[in-house]
Design a protein around this ligand. Structure first.
Ligand SMILES: [Zn+2]
Length: 594
């Protein structure tokens, strides 16, 4: 039975390039998961986009003396380049600066308003007399009133992870000019989370059995510690989505309120582009669909509390206002498998100090699959991990090259040379051959179970263990020597190894799509495992925007054991991976922090 799987991926702020910590935190795991489900025959919709609004973008524009629009466009096009080079197969990677996103976000706002989940209130807001303007939370820094960290941002503390009330910051200062702001009164709309608190707790408790314990603990803990109160969802800011209420000019929807709506709006946009404008219903109104949210741990409260609060609070009003339907409620997250952080050579990654390995820069010197491999074996699924260049070198040379790449190359080159470029006829399979084939085929269950549960490291570990089994099998059957005395026996061994490799190709494809695609071709197949990526440009009333697309049609891979037949014509193989020199470790370390 084909299932509908929504792969909702964190929206990167379009104010900074993407580093390996971002990749392993959410974007890469999402792609691995999406590719697995596509191979398994499920209907996948993987969506995200650039978070182009909010103060992270305006702060950067101010610093550079340019406009927020220019900043967002520059980083957005870098994201598209990186995602293609790394093979992140978004069905749609759009942006929040589109007419469609404006409309969907404003409709959610109005749905909440209609359903009585919003209220107006006056609040104290930091005001900078030196600039005669209200300061958004991100423009204010100070000491966290929960943990005492002295560089807490107005909206969130990077040290303890708490969402903060900016007005309670101790020793506040303006990030623009360092001046001391004063509190003044301004009016805003508030999301009344208290009204939906019981439903949010119910939502979380219903997922207790399978959520990552840290995600659940943090979410429930936050609600228990501090009952949910109203949160202001508008801001005194002119870069963003206008509040769709008369008399509110000059105020925008808060970037966090509208960015999470992007998971919905991107699905709507995707459906429009594909020419079936209602197709998004299959992931959003279909109660059998499952939505997985791939995010970093700093975003847990927004995805496990606030976004579900918006969805619950909208009830069926989104459908009513957007398209005149009734009784249709938007699906809540099925899972939020948030990752912890990746550090770099023992220190926290810091873009501003260039203590980072940047995605595009890395790919200018190395291939994408070794990066995907290292970021998976080192993925911070349950605790923080560390990128270290020594580790990257060894994982590449000792595992990717030694265990998998050499296995493939040895077997295919040997078959190509001794059986006229064809898969040999095995004759009758021996017990050891049947055992190996059965062991590898079992991988479709064991690896698949881990992938279903978003245990991506464990799934890759299991697939690599099976590759090592094939090496052991070849060590004992030794077709390289068998061939001198008994070509038929050697043919049986090589056929068995090819069949195992053909299956492993599928098990590893979500992780190593580029090399598995090449391997698929060496094995003589004409149809690729996956579809294609491309960039499209769209123009609407707000302007022009570019989007990354994935076209699944040509992909014919299946999550199923090899059915390769004797006599299948192979193609001339070449090594899948390069062995790296020890010297790269010192070279790469010298680049850091400079
Ligand atoms: Zn703190």
């Amino acid at each position: 039975m084909s299932r509908n799987i929504l792969v909702a991926v964190a929206w990167p702020y379009a104010n900074s390039p993407i580093h390996v910590g971002n990749l392993t935190g959410s974007y890469l795991p999402a792609d691995i998961f999406a590719r697995y489900h596509r191979l398994a025959g499920n209907k996948v919709l993987m969506v995200s986009g650039s978070d182009s609004h909010g103060t992270p973008v305006t702060v950067r524009a101010d610093a550079e003396g340019t406009t927020p629009l220019e900043v967002y466009k520059r980083f957005h096009s870098e994201f598209l380049e990186l995602y293609q080079k790394l093979g992140l197969t978004y069905d749609l990677f759009s942006s929040t600066h589109t007419e469609n996103h404006f409309k969907v976000s404003q409709t959610i706002f109005l749905a909440l308003l209609k359903n009585g989940i919003l209220y107006r209130d006056k609040q104290q807001q930091w005001y900078a007399p030196t600039q005669k303007r209200f300061l958004p939370d991100r423009y204010v820094e100070g000491t966290c009133y929960i943990c005492g960290y002295t560089s807490a941002r107005g909206d969130q503390c990077d040290n303890c992870g708490s969402m903060l009330d900016a007005t309670q910051l101790i020793d506040p200062r303006s990030k623009i000019d360092g001046s001391t702001p004063e509190l003044r009164e301004t009016e805003h709309f508030y999301l009344d989370l208290g009204k939906v608190q019981n439903e949010i707790v119910e939502f979380l408790k219903a997922r207790e059995s399978y959520w990552r314990p840290n995600v659940l603990r943090q979410s429930l803990g936050q609600i228990q510690a501090d009952n949910l109160r109203g949160r202001a969802i508008t801001r005194d800011l002119d870069w963003g989505i206008p509040v769709p209420v008369e008399g509110w000019a000059g105020k925008c929807l808060y970037v966090w309120f509208e960015a999470v709506i992007g998971y919905l709006s991107a699905a709507v946009e995707w459906a429009q582009i594909t020419g079936e404008p209602e197709l998004w219903h299959d992931w959003w109104f279909n109660q059998d669909a499952r939505a997985f949210y791939f995010i970093g741990k700093d975003n847990i409260p927004f995805h496990a509390i606030i976004w579900p609060g918006e969805l619950i609070g909208a009830d069926d009003w989104f459908g009513r206002l957007f398209e005149g339907s009734e009784g249709k409620k938007l699906n809540l997250p099925y899972d939020v498998p948030a990752n912890e952080f990746m550090n770099l050579e023992g220190r926290k990654i810091s873009g501003s100090r260039n203590w980072a390995v940047w995605g595009l820069d890395f790919l200018s010197r190395y291939d994408p699959d070794p990066l995907r491999y290292y970021l998976t074996v080192n993925m911070p699924e349950t605790k923080d991990t560390d990128w270290d260049w020594e580790g990257f070198l060894h994982r590449n040379n000792d595992e990717l090259v030694a265990t998998w790449g050499n296995l493939v190359n040895r077997v295919l080159s040997f078959a190509y040379k001794h059986w006229e470029g064809k898969v040999p006829d095995p004759g009758e399979l021996r017990e050891q051959d049947l055992e190996l084939i059965a062991a590898v085929e079992k991988g479709f269950e064991t690896v698949g179970e881990h992938l279903e549960a978003v245990r991506l490291r464990a799934a890759l570990g299991e697939a690599m263990r099976l590759a090592a089994e094939v090496n052991k099998y070849l060590d004992s059957s030794a077709p390289w020597f068998e061939i001198k005395t008994d070509k038929q026996a050697a043919g049986t061994s090589i056929f068995t190894a090819i069949k195992a490799i053909d299956s492993l190709k599928v098990l590893l494809a979500p992780y190593l799509p580029f090399t598995c695609e090449r391997l698929n071709s060496y094995l003589g197949y004409d149809e690729p495992l996956f579809g294609e990526q491309g960039v499209e440009s769209c123009t609407d009333s707000i302007g022009e925007h570019t989007a990354l697309r994935y076209y699944p049609e040509k992909g014919k891979g299946h999550w199923a054991a090899s059915q390769i037949k004797p006599g299948q014509q192979l193609r001339q193989p070449a090594p899948l991976f390069k062995k790296l020199e020890e010297s790269i470790v010192a070279e790469e370390r010298a680049r850091l922090g400079s």
